[in-house]
Design a protein around this ligand. Structure first.
Ligand code: SF4
Length: 499
């Protein structure tokens, strides 16, 4: 363990055990690898920092790291450089690298700025928020002997709408959090001491993995390393069990970790009970008449629709807000009648320009005035349609009509009309498809999930290094999105067979 940086400190606040494992167990490195979506968040955060630096045109960047960076920082501080980016201070076991340090010559002190890629201040009043992040920096600098004036957090303005060009003064909000930091200074010092104590001891067992009392969504990827006694699929996978902490604790404290061991009389929600029953019996629950009513209420043509989108922190095109999703692709399978053939339509925007008009006009060519539009998890597609309508008012009516005709196929599973032991409590299409249509799979595809699709469009279509890379990526994106809507059609067909 070298130094506790701000990142490590915040990881410690989230989970001390996890922060410790990251430092001392290199063999677990693969468990800490970032997903495509997380990587894109990091890339967006870096981009936000570059843009925010433009607010300080006289800024000078320290490119070195470690001791070399601290030496340069000392020189710049002595010279009273007007603005320093990435000034670095090492104090005992702590290392603070600041986004912006600005010299206030009227008061002969330094103002500290932390740049955040979020579009709010993200303050929860206690630990693990942006104020704590700045408080860590503040404590290290103060103890180092730097006279600090104001402490500010720069974050994105969620109301900002991009014009032809980015206006950085409107894009960012600067929040003065000095008073908040002074209020929590003592508590932050205490937490930093605890972090030092925990992260500089070498006994793994000194820190506990407490997620045994949390639902699966709270677990990090090392859960099974700390709890090998818990089955791969366990009581932690029961639907929404994380919200019923008492129930989970009761099971854990009685030594019940396997779903098979949950007593029949144990109080569970209907969904949890169904999940438990199908797991124990290995017999699915299928409510034929409910599925029949549901599917017979749909009218032809049936349009199976899916969008792929990219939500950049810094809006790429006029009319977009920070993190607003840009729909850049759709796939649409169309079934005109129950015994008709399935047709396929698609659109992928491959130019470095706003896809809005292109995607809407392709939708208008493919979706007629009647019939249901079938999606998987309707809030997503509905919001995209509403946003497209805002961006293109002349098409608002068409898009709102699509929204009125949307049917969410996930409801069949979400509303417990079909519960299968191998869904394992999930209603994700990636879990339902292999059970209902095992011959279809995402496994052979180069792009297999939405996070990778987002990254691929931005990195290898908009910023492709060659035509070849762009063409190859376009092919992979088309195959992936095709699969999403074909999978919905195939599940729908399977349900029709079942009823
Ligand atoms: S599973 Fe939970 S408590 Fe255990 S190390 Fe991961 S985040 Fe921490």
């Amino acid at each position: 363990m070298q130094h506790i940086t701000k990142t490590i400190y915040l990881e410690f606040l989230t989970c001390a055990k996890n922060a410790w494992l990251k430092q001392y167990k290199p063999e677990l490195a693969s468990k800490f690898e970032l997903s495509a979506f997380e990587k894109s968040l990091v890339a967006n955060g870096n981009l936000v920092e570059l843009w925010a630096r433009k607010l300080f045109p006289s800024g000078i960047l320290i490119e070195e790291f470690g001791e070399a960076a601290t030496t340069k920082t000392q020189q710049y501080i002595k010279d009273k450089q007007p603005v320093i980016f990435q000034s670095t201070f090492i104090l005992g076991n702590f290392l603070a690298r600041n986004d912006v340090l600005e010299y206030d010559k009227d008061n002969d002190c330094w103002n500290l700025y932390e740049i955040k890629g979020t579009n709010t201040l993200k303050e929860n009043g206690e630990e693990r928020d942006h104020v704590e992040d700045a408080a860590f920096q503040y404590v290290v600098l103060c103890d180092y002997g730097v006279k600090i004036g104001r402490v500010n957090i720069i974050h994105l303005n969620k109301e900002y709408i991009r014009g032809d060009e980015i206006n950085i003064h409107e894009l960012f909000v600067i929040d003065d959090v000095t008073d908040k930091i002074l209020e929590r200074e003592d508590a932050t010092r205490e937490r930093m001491n605890k972090a030092e104590e925990a992260l500089f001891q070498e006994d793994e067992n000194a820190l506990e993995c407490t997620c045994i009392y949390q639902g699966r969504s709270n677990h990090c990827s090392t859960f099974h390393c700390s709890h090998p006694e818990v089955p791969e699929y366990s009581i932690h996978d029961l639907s929404r069990i994380g919200l019923s902490k008492k129930k989970l604790a009761e099971l854990v404290n009685s030594g019940i970790l396997d779903i098979n061991d949950i007593p029949d009389g144990f109080k569970l929600s209907d969904t949890q009970r169904n999940q438990t029953d199908v797991h124990k019996s290995q017999i699915p629950i299928i409510d034929h008449s409910a599925i029949k009513n549901e599917l017979e209420s749909l009218s032809y043509p049936l349009y199976f629709l899916d969008y792929e989108t990219y939500p950049p922190a810094i809006p790429l095109f006029k009319g977009f807000k920070p993190y607003q999703h840009i729909p850049f692709q759709f796939s649409l399978h169309v079934l005109n009648s129950s015994d008709g053939d399935i047709e396929h339509h698609e659109y992928l925007h491959t130019d470095n320009s706003d896809p809005t008009e292109g995607i809407i006009s392709a939708l208008k060519e493919s979706i007629g005035p009647e019939g249901n539009v079938i999606v998987w998890y309707k809030p997503f597609e509905r919001t995209r349609n509403s946003e497209l309508g805002e961006l293109s008012p002349s098409n608002r009516e068409f898009l709102s009509d699509i929204n009125n005709r949307i049917y969410d196929l996930m409801d069949v599973f979400h509303k417990q009309m079909h519960v299968h032991p191998n869904f394992k409590g999930s209603t994700s299409i990636k879990k339902v498809l292999p059970v209902l249509v095992p011959e279809l799979s995402y496994k052979e595809l180069a792009i297999r999930e939405g996070g990778s699709a987002m990254e691929a469009w931005f990195e290898k279509i908009l910023n492709a290094s060659s035509e070849e890379e762009k063409n190859e990526t376009a092919k992979n994106l088309l195959k992936y999105c095709y699969m999403d809507t074909y999978a919905m059609y195939a599940i729908w067909k399977e349900l029709i067979k079942i009823i």
